[in-house]
Design a protein around this ligand. Structure first.
Ligand code: GDP
Length: 288
């Protein structure tokens, strides 16, 4: 589902996350491993403040594994622990509890030394729409949903999901908005399915995808569309792909909208192999 973010929505989303923050020890921030920066909320640091955080690069199965490792190092250089996971298939999820324990070790040791009874770590998941929050919660929940709600007088009862004995997760995630003002970010969000392609111009998204492929994965582009060479001129690129894929109008001319749809769908469905669209190198040029 695509949510149109208006200032009122953003303020409400922010308020909801801020309220829940008080209940938890740690925030689990989900990002899309294909776009670890473009899929982050622009105000995440400000919203989360000093709260300890674990970043999960989800959908790692669709991302370039070499780049995913680079992004994990990038986050770690910022002092943020990051893990690559696949919420759908379950890969990497077993490390979440241990990582949360490591991050909170000092706090929990302190609580223990003050004579407090040991308790499970409390966590909440936050992230932009479609990043995999519900998939992750369902996957972690299995049959362990602990109903703590329905207490008379408690209007906003929260439900906690037990993940083993040592972690409790709020059952509703915090939904945050992506950053829209930069069109490159918009294209990347569209190509990964985070936002509907109707928000942006279809052909612009496809062109961005084509140029990206040409620059970073030219061999895959050639192979997918059986091209000997990638034409230089923009229309010629569309013509080449459109002809190969039979996206033609009645008169035999290439239908650019249809060709754009094919390109976007192929990229989203990982038909050109796992790929990462945010590049560490781009950070230096401030150009993500
Ligand atoms: P939410 O809006 O953040 O709750 O996102 P959802 O949990 O609804 O997931 C959005 C889409 O991404 C769904 O189609 C999921 O099946 C898919 N998805 C979630 N996690 C993964 C993953 O790790 N790998 C892949 N390939 N797909 C995933």
């Amino acid at each position: 589902m695509t949510i149109q973010w208006f200032p009122g929505h953003m303020a409400k989303a922010r308020r909801q996350v801020t309220e829940k923050l008080k209940l938890v020890d740690i925030v689990i921030e989900l990002v899309d491993a294909r776009i670890p920066l473009s899929s982050r909320n622009p105000m995440i640091e400000e919203i989360i403040g000093q709260k300890p955080r674990l970043v999960l690069l989800n959908k790692a199965d669709m991302a370039d594994p070499v780049k995913t490792d680079q992004w994990i190092t990038y986050f770690e250089e910022q002092g943020i622990k990051a893990l690559a996971v696949n919420a759908q298939g379950g890969k990497g999820l077993h490390s979440i509890v241990q990582s949360a324990k490591d991050i909170l070790k000092e706090k929990f040791d302190r609580m223990k030394s003050r004579g407090m009874r040991p308790r499970a770590i409390r966590a909440m998941i936050v992230g932009i729409p479609n990043v995999g929050k519900s998939t992750l919660i369902n996957r972690l929940a299995k049959k362990n949903i602990a109903k703590t709600g329905n207490t008379p007088g408690v209007t906003k009862a929260q439900q906690w999901i037990k993940v083993g004995k040592e972690l409790e997760l709020l059952d509703t995630p915090g939904i945050l908005w992506p950053k829209f003002e930069d069109e490159r970010v918009g294209y990347k969000l569209a190509l990964t399915g985070a936002i509907k392609d109707t928000i942006l111009n279809l052909q612009d998204i496809a062109l961005f995808g084509l140029k990206f492929l040409e620059t970073h994965y030219p061999d895959r582009l050639k192979e997918r569309y059986s091209l000997d060479e990638i034409p230089e001129e923009v229309l010629a690129k569309f013509d080449a792909v459109g002809k190969k894929r039979g996206c033609l109008m009645a008169g035999g001319e290439v239908n650019y909208d249809k060709t754009s749809e094919v390109i976007i769908r192929d990229i989203r469905n990982v038909q050109l192999g796992p790929m990462t669209f945010d590049m560490i190198e781009e950070l230096e040029s401030d150009d993500i």
